[in-house]
Design a protein around this ligand. Structure first.
Ligand SMILES: NC(=O)c1ccc[n+]([C@@H]2O[C@H](COP(=O)([O-])OP(=O)(O)OC[C@H]3O[C@@H](n4cnc5c(N)ncnc54)[C@H](OP(=O)(O)O)[C@@H]3O)[C@@H](O)[C@H]2O)c1
Length: 332
């Protein structure tokens, strides 16, 4: 039994939620084969939904959010992991119904854990976190569907956010021409530095929503926002190209959708889920991010956050104001 520090969210009687940094006891950790000392976690949009009681994410409180964790194995009942192994856990139920990475310790099923791949530090793994992992998964799925740099420029929406900024950086590294939709003019310098060469405002990205089809422009789209921008993206794909849809910060809907882009331009709408993605597929994406897709400039995207400064950053990401990735530093 040891005590550990965690960022805890409580539901009050008036159905508001309060947040504080508290001391907890490891005997309160849930069942699981692998106990991990968390060194880093990260800030994702979903963490803010969890911390504000969004019922689709977290129903039971008090709760420790944090859908991502990277650290060192403290105890293991699974033959695949030994004390001292450096590991990464993202997705599944971590930080949703199960105590998450915003605490110094987690205990999880072995089936949620991958060993840190050689070539990727724990810190860089959590600068990426679920958002960066999902950006890579989008690019992976687009390439599996045939996208190459010769397909044409790739549009990234919500470009200054977590998924968006890593997608811009990765696509540029892989030789793609990248166009960025951003609502933050002040983020253009950063986006240009990490590889975007063309910019659209959100208003430009929603022009022509009433038209059945738009001019063929994109060789691929990574969409993190949903709604009108998603449907416009589909309507302006070049013939045979694909859009990877992973987010809903603007809307969970596909308003005005029609089958026309599919049956006239042979385009594909690819769904992307990092949460329940089988562990072998997760391992493959992490290995890419540690090898051929390693991003040496990741630190440029990171805003370091501690458990004490986490609350303000949760509000910021919920308001769409974060730029790049929030890295939650628990033990440096
Ligand atoms: N499917 C999955 O497995 C998976 C995994 C990770 C994340 N996601 C989802 O992906 C989305 C992005 O996550 P994230 O962690 O990257 O969040 P984030 O860091 O907050 O980034 C979202 C970005 O979207 C833009 N945006 C915000 N509000 C908008 C609006 N009303 N209309 C248009 N654009 C808006 C902003 O970028 P600009 O200011 O640059 O426009 C914002 O920075 C979320 O919906 C999240 O739940 C899904």
């Amino acid at each position: 039994m040891t005590s550990y520090t965690a960022f805890r969210v409580e539901r009050n009687e008036d159905k508001t939620y309060s947040r504080s940094v508290v001391e907890l006891d490891s005997s309160d950790l849930p069942e699981g084969e692998v106990t991990i000392e968390v060194h880093y976690s990260s800030l994702n949009y979903k963490d803010a939904l969890s911390a504000t009681g969004s019922p689709g994410v977290t129903r039971n409180f008090p709760h420790t959010p944090g859908i991502d964790a990277a650290g060192v194995v403290l105890a293991s009942d699974d033959d695949g992991f030994a004390v001292g192994d450096e590991v990464i856990a993202i997705g599944f139920d971590l930080g949703m119904g199960t105590s998450g990475g915003y605490g110094q310790q987690i205990r999880v099923p072995a089936g949620w854990v991958v060993r840190r791949p050689t070539g990727l530090s724990l810190r860089d793994a959590m600068i990426l976190g679920t958002a960066g992992f999902t950006a890579a998964l989008c690019v992976h799925k687009l390439e599996q569907a045939g996208m190459t740099p010769a397909s044409g420029p790739v549009l990234v929406t919500g470009a200054s956010g977590g998924v968006g900024s890593v997608a811009v950086m990765l696509l540029a590294k892989l030789g793609y021409e990248v166009a960025a939709v951003t609502g933050k003019p002040e983020a253009q310098d950063l986006l240009r530095r990490i590889g975007a060469t063309e910019f659209l405002t959100r208003e430009e990205a929603t022009q022509g929503t009433d038209r059945p089809m738009l001019k063929e422009r994109w060789g691929g789209v990574v969409d993190t926002v949903g709604g009108d921008i998603l449907f416009n993206g589909l309507k302006s794909l070049r013939y045979g190209c694909s859009l990877a849809a992973c987010g809903l910060v603007a809307s969970p809907l596909l308003p005005g959708a029609s089958v026309l882009p599919f049956i006239l331009r042979n385009v594909n709408l690819l769904g992307v889920d990092s949460v329940q993605l089988p562990l072998d597929d997760k391992r493959l994406i992490w290995e890419k991010l540690a090898g051929a897709w390693v991003l040496p400039e990741l630190e440029a995207l990171a805003t370091p956050i501690t458990l004490d400064t986490l609350s303000e950053h949760l509000d910021k990401i919920l308001a769409g104001q974060m730029v790049g990735r929030g890295l939650v530093v628990i033990k440096d």
